[in-house]
Design a protein around this ligand. Sequence first.
Ligand code: ADP
Length: 477
Amino acid sequence: MEKAIFLLPNKIKKPVFTDTVKRIVLWDIVIFFLLFITSNIFTIVITNKILTDNLDERLKNEVATLLDSFTVQADSIKFLGYSEIKEPDFTTVNSGAFFLQVYGVKGKLLLSSDNIKSFEAIPFKFPFTSTQYEFENLAAGNHQLRVVYAPMLNDKNKIVAYLQLSVFRTEYSSVMKKIILFNLLNLPFILALIIVVSIFLAKKSYSPLNKIISIAENISANNLNARIKYEAHPEDELGRLRDTLNNLFTRLEVQINQISQFTDNASHQLMTPLTAVKTELEYILKHDRKPEEYKETLTLLNVQTDKMISIIKSLLIIAKYSGSTDNNQSVFMVSQVINDYIKPAFKEYNINYDIGDYLYVRGTAEGFQIVLENLIDNAIKYSPNNPGIAVTAKRYYDNIIISVEDYGYGISDEEKEKIFERFYRAASSIKENIKGYGLGLCLVKTIVQSMEGTIKVEDNIPAGTKFTVSFPTVKVV
Ligand code: ADP
Protein backbone atom coordinates (compact mmCIF):
# COMPACT_ATOMS: atom_id res chain seq x y z
CA MET A 1 0.00 0.00 0.00
CA GLU A 2 1.38 3.38 -1.00
CA LYS A 3 1.98 5.95 1.69
CA ALA A 4 0.11 9.23 1.47
CA ILE A 5 2.31 12.01 0.10
CA PHE A 6 1.89 15.46 1.60
CA LEU A 7 2.68 18.15 -0.91
CA LEU A 8 3.88 21.47 0.37
CA PRO A 9 3.44 24.74 -1.51
CA ASN A 10 6.40 25.84 -3.65
CA LYS A 11 9.07 27.71 -1.77
CA ILE A 12 8.25 31.38 -1.58
CA LYS A 13 11.09 33.63 -2.84
CA LYS A 14 12.67 35.24 0.19
CA PRO A 15 12.93 39.06 0.05
CA VAL A 16 16.38 40.54 0.70
CA PHE A 17 14.93 43.08 3.12
CA THR A 18 12.35 41.41 5.26
CA ASP A 19 10.03 43.49 7.42
CA THR A 20 12.09 42.53 10.48
CA VAL A 21 15.33 43.81 8.91
CA LYS A 22 13.57 47.02 7.83
CA ARG A 23 12.22 47.50 11.35
CA ILE A 24 15.66 47.06 12.91
CA VAL A 25 17.25 49.49 10.42
CA LEU A 26 14.53 52.05 11.13
CA TRP A 27 15.08 51.74 14.87
CA ASP A 28 18.83 52.15 14.38
CA ILE A 29 18.27 55.33 12.33
CA VAL A 30 15.95 56.80 14.99
CA ILE A 31 18.44 55.97 17.76
CA PHE A 32 21.30 57.36 15.68
CA PHE A 33 19.43 60.65 15.09
CA LEU A 34 18.71 61.05 18.77
CA LEU A 35 22.40 60.39 19.56
CA PHE A 36 23.48 62.76 16.77
CA ILE A 37 21.30 65.60 18.04
CA THR A 38 22.31 65.01 21.68
CA SER A 39 26.01 64.89 20.85
CA ASN A 40 25.73 68.04 18.71
CA ILE A 41 23.98 69.94 21.49
CA PHE A 42 26.62 68.69 23.91
CA THR A 43 29.50 69.74 21.57
CA ILE A 44 28.00 73.17 20.99
CA VAL A 45 27.44 73.78 24.72
CA ILE A 46 30.98 72.66 25.62
CA THR A 47 32.64 74.59 22.77
CA ASN A 48 30.60 77.66 23.66
CA LYS A 49 31.78 77.40 27.25
CA ILE A 50 35.45 76.97 26.30
CA LEU A 51 35.45 79.83 23.79
CA THR A 52 33.57 82.19 26.10
CA ASP A 53 35.94 81.36 28.97
CA ASN A 54 38.85 82.19 26.66
CA LEU A 55 37.32 85.52 25.67
CA ASP A 56 36.52 86.33 29.31
CA GLU A 57 40.10 85.51 30.33
CA ARG A 58 41.43 87.80 27.61
CA LEU A 59 39.07 90.59 28.69
CA LYS A 60 39.97 90.14 32.37
CA ASN A 61 43.70 90.38 31.66
CA GLU A 62 43.23 93.50 29.57
CA VAL A 63 40.93 95.13 32.17
CA ALA A 64 43.55 94.44 34.88
CA THR A 65 46.17 96.26 32.78
CA LEU A 66 43.80 99.15 32.06
CA LEU A 67 42.71 99.54 35.71
CA ASP A 68 46.36 99.87 36.65
CA SER A 69 46.47 102.95 34.41
CA PHE A 70 43.82 104.77 36.50
CA THR A 71 44.06 106.39 39.89
CA VAL A 72 40.79 106.85 41.77
CA GLN A 73 40.63 109.53 44.47
CA ALA A 74 37.43 110.27 46.35
CA ASP A 75 34.93 110.94 43.53
CA SER A 76 37.34 111.54 40.69
CA ILE A 77 39.40 109.33 38.46
CA LYS A 78 42.60 110.09 36.66
CA PHE A 79 43.81 108.23 33.61
CA LEU A 80 47.56 107.80 33.49
CA GLY A 81 48.01 105.27 30.75
CA TYR A 82 47.06 107.08 27.55
CA SER A 83 49.86 105.27 25.76
CA GLU A 84 48.00 102.02 26.44
CA ILE A 85 44.86 103.03 24.51
CA LYS A 86 46.92 104.41 21.70
CA GLU A 87 47.97 100.90 20.76
CA PRO A 88 46.50 99.56 17.46
CA ASP A 89 44.05 97.23 19.28
CA PHE A 90 42.30 100.33 20.68
CA THR A 91 42.58 102.54 17.62
CA THR A 92 41.65 100.26 14.71
CA VAL A 93 38.68 97.97 14.06
CA ASN A 94 40.23 94.57 13.45
CA SER A 95 39.33 91.05 14.62
CA GLY A 96 41.48 91.44 17.77
CA ALA A 97 40.27 94.98 18.61
CA PHE A 98 39.35 96.14 22.14
CA PHE A 99 36.63 98.76 22.54
CA LEU A 100 36.94 100.75 25.74
CA GLN A 101 34.37 103.06 27.30
CA VAL A 102 34.49 104.60 30.81
CA TYR A 103 31.30 106.08 32.28
CA GLY A 104 30.85 108.07 35.45
CA VAL A 105 28.26 106.95 38.00
CA LYS A 106 25.80 109.48 36.62
CA GLY A 107 26.08 108.02 33.13
CA LYS A 108 28.46 110.56 31.64
CA LEU A 109 30.98 109.16 29.14
CA LEU A 110 34.39 109.98 30.56
CA LEU A 111 36.65 108.17 28.14
CA SER A 112 36.43 106.01 25.01
CA SER A 113 38.96 104.34 22.74
CA ASP A 114 39.51 105.81 19.30
CA ASN A 115 38.23 102.80 17.35
CA ILE A 116 34.68 103.28 18.71
CA LYS A 117 34.31 106.37 16.53
CA SER A 118 34.79 104.30 13.40
CA PHE A 119 32.56 101.50 14.80
CA GLU A 120 28.96 101.14 15.92
CA ALA A 121 27.61 102.61 19.16
CA ILE A 122 28.11 100.07 21.91
CA PRO A 123 25.21 100.12 24.38
CA PHE A 124 26.15 100.49 28.04
CA LYS A 125 24.27 98.62 30.73
CA PHE A 126 23.85 101.16 33.50
CA PRO A 127 23.80 101.24 36.46
CA PHE A 128 24.71 97.99 38.13
CA THR A 129 25.54 97.54 41.75
CA SER A 130 27.90 94.60 41.78
CA THR A 131 31.49 95.33 42.68
CA GLN A 132 32.55 92.24 40.68
CA TYR A 133 33.30 91.98 36.98
CA GLU A 134 30.19 91.31 34.92
CA PHE A 135 30.23 89.67 31.49
CA GLU A 136 27.56 89.67 28.80
CA ASN A 137 26.98 89.15 25.09
CA LEU A 138 25.98 92.27 23.21
CA ALA A 139 24.97 93.14 19.66
CA ALA A 140 26.29 96.36 18.18
CA GLY A 141 24.72 96.78 14.76
CA ASN A 142 25.46 93.50 12.97
CA HIS A 143 28.35 92.67 15.25
CA GLN A 144 28.38 90.23 18.12
CA LEU A 145 30.48 91.36 21.08
CA ARG A 146 31.62 89.91 24.37
CA VAL A 147 31.63 92.63 26.99
CA VAL A 148 33.02 93.00 30.51
CA TYR A 149 31.99 95.66 33.02
CA ALA A 150 34.48 96.50 35.73
CA PRO A 151 33.52 98.94 38.54
CA MET A 152 36.23 101.46 39.47
CA LEU A 153 36.38 101.84 43.24
CA ASN A 154 37.97 104.51 45.46
CA ASP A 155 39.84 103.77 48.69
CA LYS A 156 36.47 103.64 50.54
CA ASN A 157 35.29 100.94 48.20
CA LYS A 158 32.76 103.27 46.58
CA ILE A 159 32.05 102.98 42.84
CA VAL A 160 33.30 106.08 41.10
CA ALA A 161 33.07 104.98 37.46
CA TYR A 162 32.49 101.94 35.23
CA LEU A 163 34.86 100.56 32.69
CA GLN A 164 33.40 98.68 29.75
CA LEU A 165 35.67 96.64 27.52
CA SER A 166 34.36 94.77 24.46
CA VAL A 167 35.82 92.30 21.96
CA PHE A 168 34.43 90.61 18.83
CA ARG A 169 32.81 87.19 19.13
CA THR A 170 33.32 86.62 15.40
CA GLU A 171 35.96 83.94 15.84
CA TYR A 172 33.72 82.16 18.28
CA SER A 173 30.74 82.24 15.89
CA SER A 174 32.79 80.94 12.99
CA VAL A 175 34.06 77.99 15.05
CA MET A 176 30.49 77.14 16.01
CA LYS A 177 29.35 77.44 12.41
CA LYS A 178 32.19 75.19 11.29
CA ILE A 179 31.24 72.51 13.81
CA ILE A 180 27.59 72.54 12.77
CA LEU A 181 28.45 72.62 9.05
CA PHE A 182 30.92 69.76 9.48
CA ASN A 183 28.32 67.63 11.21
CA LEU A 184 25.62 68.41 8.66
CA LEU A 185 27.92 67.62 5.73
CA ASN A 186 28.93 64.33 7.32
CA LEU A 187 25.37 63.38 8.15
CA PRO A 188 24.48 61.67 4.81
CA PHE A 189 27.69 59.60 4.93
CA ILE A 190 27.19 58.61 8.54
CA LEU A 191 23.54 57.80 7.76
CA ALA A 192 24.54 55.60 4.83
CA LEU A 193 27.10 53.88 7.06
CA ILE A 194 24.50 53.33 9.79
CA ILE A 195 22.07 51.78 7.27
CA VAL A 196 24.74 49.44 5.87
CA VAL A 197 25.99 48.43 9.34
CA SER A 198 22.43 47.88 10.66
CA ILE A 199 21.49 45.72 7.67
CA PHE A 200 24.68 43.72 8.12
CA LEU A 201 24.12 43.27 11.86
CA ALA A 202 20.44 42.42 11.45
CA LYS A 203 21.23 39.85 8.77
CA LYS A 204 24.06 38.43 10.86
CA SER A 205 21.98 38.12 14.02
CA TYR A 206 19.11 36.50 12.11
CA SER A 207 21.31 34.11 10.18
CA PRO A 208 21.08 31.26 12.80
CA LEU A 209 17.33 31.71 12.77
CA ASN A 210 17.25 31.51 8.96
CA LYS A 211 19.40 28.41 9.16
CA ILE A 212 16.88 26.75 11.50
CA ILE A 213 13.99 27.87 9.27
CA SER A 214 15.58 26.40 6.15
CA ILE A 215 16.30 23.08 7.93
CA ALA A 216 12.70 23.07 9.18
CA GLU A 217 11.41 23.77 5.65
CA ASN A 218 13.48 20.91 4.35
CA ILE A 219 12.16 18.55 7.00
CA SER A 220 8.54 19.37 6.29
CA ALA A 221 9.03 18.97 2.59
CA ASN A 222 11.10 15.82 2.48
CA ASN A 223 11.33 13.65 5.53
CA LEU A 224 9.34 14.00 8.68
CA ASN A 225 11.59 11.70 10.69
CA ALA A 226 14.60 14.04 10.36
CA ARG A 227 15.24 16.54 13.13
CA ILE A 228 16.89 19.95 13.39
CA LYS A 229 20.48 19.59 14.55
CA TYR A 230 21.74 22.96 15.69
CA GLU A 231 24.32 23.49 18.44
CA ALA A 232 22.68 25.67 21.08
CA HIS A 233 22.02 25.42 24.81
CA PRO A 234 18.46 24.20 25.52
CA GLU A 235 17.77 27.39 27.51
CA ASP A 236 19.06 29.64 24.75
CA GLU A 237 16.32 31.13 22.50
CA LEU A 238 17.66 29.22 19.47
CA GLY A 239 17.96 26.00 21.51
CA ARG A 240 14.36 26.40 22.67
CA LEU A 241 13.19 27.05 19.12
CA ARG A 242 15.05 23.93 17.92
CA ASP A 243 13.52 21.77 20.70
CA THR A 244 10.02 23.18 20.21
CA LEU A 245 10.14 22.50 16.47
CA ASN A 246 11.62 19.04 16.97
CA ASN A 247 8.85 18.18 19.46
CA LEU A 248 6.30 19.47 17.01
CA PHE A 249 7.78 17.29 14.24
CA THR A 250 7.67 14.26 16.54
CA ARG A 251 4.00 14.86 17.30
CA LEU A 252 3.27 15.43 13.61
CA GLU A 253 5.15 12.31 12.63
CA VAL A 254 3.27 10.18 15.18
CA GLN A 255 -0.07 11.59 14.04
CA ILE A 256 0.65 11.27 10.33
CA ASN A 257 1.85 7.69 10.87
CA GLN A 258 -1.29 6.94 12.82
CA ILE A 259 -3.48 8.38 10.08
CA SER A 260 -1.67 6.53 7.33
CA GLN A 261 -1.62 3.26 9.32
CA PHE A 262 -5.29 3.65 10.03
CA THR A 263 -6.01 4.27 6.34
CA ASP A 264 -3.81 1.32 5.31
CA ASN A 265 -5.34 -1.09 7.80
CA ALA A 266 -8.90 0.07 7.43
CA SER A 267 -8.88 -0.12 3.65
CA HIS A 268 -7.11 -3.49 3.73
CA GLN A 269 -9.43 -5.05 6.29
CA LEU A 270 -12.62 -3.54 4.97
CA MET A 271 -11.88 -4.84 1.50
CA THR A 272 -12.79 -8.45 2.49
CA PRO A 273 -16.29 -7.77 3.88
CA LEU A 274 -16.95 -5.17 1.18
CA THR A 275 -16.00 -7.65 -1.56
CA ALA A 276 -18.30 -10.22 0.05
CA VAL A 277 -21.14 -7.66 0.12
CA LYS A 278 -20.51 -6.70 -3.52
CA THR A 279 -20.43 -10.35 -4.71
CA GLU A 280 -23.60 -11.15 -2.82
CA LEU A 281 -25.40 -8.09 -4.19
CA GLU A 282 -24.32 -8.84 -7.77
CA TYR A 283 -25.53 -12.42 -7.41
CA ILE A 284 -28.90 -11.52 -5.96
CA LEU A 285 -29.56 -8.74 -8.46
CA LYS A 286 -28.87 -10.89 -11.51
CA HIS A 287 -32.36 -12.45 -11.51
CA ASP A 288 -35.62 -12.22 -9.67
CA ARG A 289 -35.33 -14.18 -6.44
CA LYS A 290 -37.62 -15.78 -3.95
CA PRO A 291 -38.26 -13.82 -0.71
CA GLU A 292 -36.26 -16.42 1.31
CA GLU A 293 -33.22 -15.81 -0.90
CA TYR A 294 -33.47 -12.05 -0.35
CA LYS A 295 -33.73 -12.68 3.38
CA GLU A 296 -30.68 -14.90 3.28
CA THR A 297 -28.68 -12.23 1.42
CA LEU A 298 -29.78 -9.52 3.81
CA THR A 299 -28.71 -11.64 6.77
CA LEU A 300 -25.33 -12.11 5.17
CA LEU A 301 -25.05 -8.39 4.52
CA ASN A 302 -25.94 -7.75 8.15
CA VAL A 303 -23.14 -10.06 9.31
CA GLN A 304 -20.62 -8.35 7.02
CA THR A 305 -21.78 -4.90 8.15
CA ASP A 306 -21.30 -5.92 11.80
CA LYS A 307 -17.82 -7.09 10.90
CA MET A 308 -16.98 -3.74 9.31
CA ILE A 309 -18.41 -1.81 12.25
CA SER A 310 -16.38 -3.91 14.66
CA ILE A 311 -13.15 -3.38 12.65
CA ILE A 312 -13.69 0.38 12.38
CA LYS A 313 -14.55 0.66 16.08
CA SER A 314 -11.33 -1.14 17.07
CA LEU A 315 -9.24 0.93 14.68
CA LEU A 316 -10.77 4.14 15.99
CA ILE A 317 -10.00 3.13 19.58
CA ILE A 318 -6.41 2.27 18.61
CA ALA A 319 -6.07 5.65 16.87
CA LYS A 320 -7.52 7.42 19.90
CA TYR A 321 -5.08 5.87 22.36
CA SER A 322 -1.90 5.54 20.27
CA GLY A 323 0.93 7.77 21.39
CA SER A 324 -1.43 9.77 23.58
CA THR A 325 -1.30 10.19 27.33
CA ASP A 326 -4.03 12.85 27.30
CA ASN A 327 -6.46 10.44 28.96
CA ASN A 328 -4.34 10.20 32.08
CA GLN A 329 -5.81 13.23 33.84
CA SER A 330 -8.31 11.08 35.77
CA VAL A 331 -7.96 8.20 38.23
CA PHE A 332 -10.28 5.22 38.64
CA MET A 333 -10.61 2.32 41.10
CA VAL A 334 -9.93 -1.11 39.57
CA SER A 335 -12.50 -3.01 41.71
CA GLN A 336 -15.23 -0.54 40.79
CA VAL A 337 -14.77 -1.06 37.02
CA ILE A 338 -14.70 -4.85 37.50
CA ASN A 339 -17.77 -4.92 39.75
CA ASP A 340 -19.80 -2.45 37.68
CA TYR A 341 -18.97 -3.53 34.13
CA ILE A 342 -16.87 -6.69 33.82
CA LYS A 343 -18.72 -9.03 36.16
CA PRO A 344 -22.17 -8.26 34.68
CA ALA A 345 -20.84 -8.54 31.09
CA PHE A 346 -19.36 -12.03 31.67
CA LYS A 347 -21.84 -13.35 34.22
CA GLU A 348 -22.58 -16.48 32.16
CA TYR A 349 -18.99 -17.62 32.27
CA ASN A 350 -17.01 -19.51 34.83
CA ILE A 351 -14.68 -16.73 36.00
CA ASN A 352 -12.97 -16.58 39.37
CA TYR A 353 -12.26 -13.00 40.57
CA ASP A 354 -9.71 -12.09 43.22
CA ILE A 355 -9.71 -8.29 43.26
CA GLY A 356 -7.99 -6.16 45.89
CA ASP A 357 -9.74 -3.08 47.20
CA TYR A 358 -8.67 0.55 46.83
CA LEU A 359 -6.35 -0.08 43.91
CA TYR A 360 -6.20 3.15 41.94
CA VAL A 361 -4.86 3.56 38.41
CA ARG A 362 -4.35 6.70 36.32
CA GLY A 363 -6.28 6.72 33.02
CA THR A 364 -9.85 6.24 31.88
CA ALA A 365 -12.14 3.58 33.30
CA GLU A 366 -13.45 3.18 29.73
CA GLY A 367 -9.97 2.27 28.41
CA PHE A 368 -9.37 -0.16 31.29
CA GLN A 369 -12.74 -1.80 30.65
CA ILE A 370 -11.81 -2.34 26.95
CA VAL A 371 -8.49 -3.94 28.06
CA LEU A 372 -10.13 -6.38 30.45
CA GLU A 373 -13.03 -7.18 28.11
CA ASN A 374 -10.61 -8.12 25.33
CA LEU A 375 -8.37 -10.24 27.56
CA ILE A 376 -11.32 -12.10 29.10
CA ASP A 377 -12.97 -12.44 25.65
CA ASN A 378 -9.80 -14.06 24.33
CA ALA A 379 -9.49 -16.32 27.38
CA ILE A 380 -13.02 -17.54 26.72
CA LYS A 381 -12.54 -17.83 22.93
CA TYR A 382 -9.27 -19.74 23.15
CA SER A 383 -10.31 -22.11 25.98
CA PRO A 384 -12.50 -24.91 24.61
CA ASN A 385 -15.14 -26.21 27.03
CA ASN A 386 -14.54 -23.19 29.30
CA PRO A 387 -12.51 -24.95 32.03
CA GLY A 388 -12.33 -21.76 34.10
CA ILE A 389 -10.70 -18.36 34.02
CA ALA A 390 -9.03 -16.40 36.83
CA VAL A 391 -8.90 -12.62 37.05
CA THR A 392 -6.78 -11.10 39.81
CA ALA A 393 -5.84 -7.56 40.77
CA LYS A 394 -3.35 -6.76 43.52
CA ARG A 395 -0.72 -4.28 44.60
CA TYR A 396 2.89 -5.33 44.17
CA TYR A 397 5.33 -2.71 45.50
CA ASP A 398 4.66 0.41 43.44
CA ASN A 399 2.54 -1.32 40.83
CA ILE A 400 -0.98 -2.55 40.38
CA ILE A 401 -0.84 -5.99 38.76
CA ILE A 402 -3.86 -7.34 36.93
CA SER A 403 -3.76 -10.82 35.44
CA VAL A 404 -6.12 -12.92 33.30
CA GLU A 405 -5.37 -16.66 33.26
CA ASP A 406 -6.97 -19.39 31.24
CA TYR A 407 -6.45 -23.14 30.77
CA GLY A 408 -6.98 -23.12 27.03
CA TYR A 409 -4.89 -23.72 23.91
CA GLY A 410 -1.94 -21.66 25.02
CA ILE A 411 0.34 -19.72 22.67
CA SER A 412 3.64 -20.98 21.26
CA ASP A 413 6.75 -18.97 22.19
CA GLU A 414 7.21 -17.96 18.56
CA GLU A 415 3.70 -16.55 18.36
CA LYS A 416 3.91 -14.78 21.71
CA GLU A 417 6.15 -12.21 19.97
CA LYS A 418 3.62 -11.49 17.25
CA ILE A 419 0.19 -11.58 18.87
CA PHE A 420 0.27 -7.84 19.75
CA GLU A 421 0.80 -6.87 16.12
CA ARG A 422 -2.11 -5.36 14.25
CA PHE A 423 -4.20 -8.00 12.43
CA TYR A 424 -1.99 -10.89 13.55
CA ARG A 425 -3.89 -14.09 14.21
CA ALA A 426 -2.24 -17.35 15.26
CA ALA A 427 -2.49 -20.16 12.72
CA SER A 428 -4.35 -22.36 15.26
CA SER A 429 -7.15 -19.79 15.68
CA ILE A 430 -7.67 -19.65 11.92
CA LYS A 431 -7.55 -23.46 11.76
CA GLU A 432 -10.04 -23.86 14.62
CA ASN A 433 -12.26 -21.28 12.87
CA ILE A 434 -12.36 -19.03 15.92
CA LYS A 435 -13.81 -15.65 14.96
CA GLY A 436 -11.65 -12.56 15.23
CA TYR A 437 -9.79 -9.85 13.31
CA GLY A 438 -6.42 -9.84 15.06
CA LEU A 439 -7.06 -6.39 16.51
CA GLY A 440 -7.93 -7.15 20.16
CA LEU A 441 -4.42 -7.48 21.62
CA CYS A 442 -3.06 -4.59 19.57
CA LEU A 443 -5.83 -2.47 21.00
CA VAL A 444 -5.10 -3.77 24.54
CA LYS A 445 -1.39 -2.96 24.23
CA THR A 446 -2.07 0.54 22.83
CA ILE A 447 -4.41 1.42 25.70
CA VAL A 448 -2.09 -0.07 28.37
CA GLN A 449 0.85 1.93 27.00
CA SER A 450 -1.22 5.11 26.87
CA MET A 451 -1.84 4.57 30.61
CA GLU A 452 1.92 4.21 31.15
CA GLY A 453 1.53 0.50 31.86
CA THR A 454 3.09 -2.68 30.46
CA ILE A 455 1.68 -6.01 29.31
CA LYS A 456 3.29 -9.43 29.11
CA VAL A 457 2.15 -12.88 28.09
CA GLU A 458 3.38 -16.20 29.49
CA ASP A 459 2.34 -19.84 29.72
CA ASN A 460 -0.11 -20.62 32.47
CA ILE A 461 0.54 -23.60 34.70
CA PRO A 462 -0.37 -26.39 34.04
CA ALA A 463 -1.80 -25.19 30.71
CA GLY A 464 -3.14 -22.18 28.89
CA THR A 465 -2.10 -18.57 28.84
CA LYS A 466 -1.55 -15.82 31.40
CA PHE A 467 -1.68 -12.13 30.47
CA THR A 468 -0.28 -9.73 33.08
CA VAL A 469 -0.86 -5.99 32.95
CA SER A 470 1.06 -3.67 35.26
CA PHE A 471 0.24 -0.01 36.01
CA PRO A 472 2.05 2.42 38.25
CA THR A 473 0.10 2.80 41.46
CA VAL A 474 -1.60 6.08 42.35
CA LYS A 475 -1.78 7.21 45.96
CA VAL A 476 -5.15 8.77 46.70
CA VAL A 477 -5.38 10.56 50.01
P1 ADP B 1 -8.30 -12.10 17.59
O1 ADP B 1 -8.65 -12.76 18.89
O2 ADP B 1 -9.36 -11.30 17.04
O3 ADP B 1 -7.72 -13.07 16.63
P2 ADP B 1 -6.30 -10.78 19.13
O4 ADP B 1 -5.43 -9.63 18.78
O5 ADP B 1 -7.16 -10.60 20.32
O6 ADP B 1 -7.13 -11.07 17.86
O7 ADP B 1 -5.35 -11.99 19.38
C1 ADP B 1 -4.32 -12.25 18.46
C2 ADP B 1 -4.02 -13.74 18.46
O8 ADP B 1 -3.44 -14.13 19.72
C3 ADP B 1 -5.24 -14.61 18.36
O9 ADP B 1 -5.53 -14.85 17.03
C4 ADP B 1 -4.82 -15.86 19.09
O10 ADP B 1 -4.15 -16.72 18.21
C5 ADP B 1 -3.83 -15.39 20.11
N1 ADP B 1 -4.44 -15.34 21.47
C6 ADP B 1 -4.88 -14.24 22.07
N2 ADP B 1 -5.33 -14.53 23.31
C7 ADP B 1 -5.15 -15.86 23.48
C8 ADP B 1 -5.40 -16.75 24.57
N3 ADP B 1 -5.94 -16.36 25.72
N4 ADP B 1 -5.07 -18.07 24.39
C9 ADP B 1 -4.52 -18.48 23.22
N5 ADP B 1 -4.25 -17.66 22.17
C10 ADP B 1 -4.56 -16.36 22.30
